[in-house]
Design a protein around this ligand. Sequence first.
Ligand code: GDP
Length: 455
Amino acid sequence: MKSTTIAAISTAQGESGIGVIRVSGDEAIEICDRVFKAVSGKKLSEMKGYSAAFGHIYKENEAIDECVATVFRNPKSYTGEDVVELSCHGGIYITRETLRAVLEQGASPAQAGEFTKRAFLNGKLDLTEAEAVIDIISAKSKNAARAALYAKDGALWKRTEAIKNKLVTTAAHLSAWVDYPEEDIEEVTEESLRRVFSESIEELDRLLKTYDAGQTVKEGIDTVIAGKPNTGKSTLMNLLAGHDRSIVTDIPGTTRDIIVETVLVGGIMLRLSDTAGIRDTGDAVEKIGVELAKNRLENCGLVLAVFDDSKPLDENDLSLLEKLDAENTIAIINKTDLESKLDSSPIENKLNDVIRISAKNGDGYTELEKAVARLAGTENFNPSEGILANERQRTAVINAKQSLQNALDALNMGLTFDAAEVDLENAIESVCELTGERVSEVVVGNVFHNFCVGK
Ligand code: GDP
């Protein structure tokens, strides 16, 4: 059966040096031959894969732009089909006109993610690798991009494949032994089954643990900078942001609003709020800020609680300290460049992560980076080992683990091996769902729905 030929603008729509219109399908080369004329006179259909020609794009017999056409031949292309990439100038009008010319010649507009979906359906990528394509495109930090690139190269696939192979070998052996008792097949012992189930559960558990760190790297952490007025919250925020974002003054209480800014600290994206100081205040406008601030303290992923080293702790500091939770707080003793008048023992008694910095001159910043990575759980983050990148993958792993747990329970209850065999099959099914080897149309549709058109 012939596949329909699809086309879309694959580059961002705006003004740029070049814009690429990608065409994929059985008739891609034929269709492009009707809109593109090479200066050399050579037809695209006469060209080998991985070759390019310079020429012009024509629409209604009129040249609309210069163009370089690159030909990729099935199966050696992104989608696994014949693909032509038309690189014209990157203006909104020109790229749209070129796309229209291609559509008029018989291509259909590509749906979101359809190129990558075809790559998946043609076996060029497994589902985790396809999902990594979205993550590469949407990565906002080096760590997030690295993690996605490893996934695109099959880091998670390899890890799941190892688990799957072990389970499939065991299932095959078990089924042969149960179904063909008259054959001379090595006995399956309860002990060997137990070992495979437990080891696989442990490996799935290790995989599950990568999820949180992966999400943190990908999505960042909601972070609140808290502290009474004048401790240096705005100055700290400016240090983190690397420019003058908040207004820094000597008058207490100028930072009224919650300002959201995204900064990278130790490779982790922090979505920062610079809050009004936590304290009792008569000022109506400030009060709103203070209430908001308290609320955010309880609901955010990370609190950077700022104390002033040049002054003794007062009741405002202690009141803030009371509201903090060691689980999500880094105490920052600021202004270490001044003479120290602060007794930090109440802070150290309550919180585990206490670091000393001078927000003004940047001393102690490295310690802050380390503390953030420690608290975010990304200290030993190693995406090359394969990490879970989304909820779909996580659910598949949880299901596989549950099935193996059921298999173990069946053995514990003294049931026959047939019962464990069913659970084992279910576990394999879930692992295959993770990689997309066995997955429903609905799930596949869902995955690619999140893509942009042209990818
Ligand atoms: P906020 O009210 O907590 O946001 O505090 P600001 O960031 O506005 O800082 C209050 C005052 O403390 C300003 O004059 C800052 O220049 C000063 N300040 C902030 N951090 C430091 C620091 O590390 N060392 C010194 N010497 N002064 C600082």
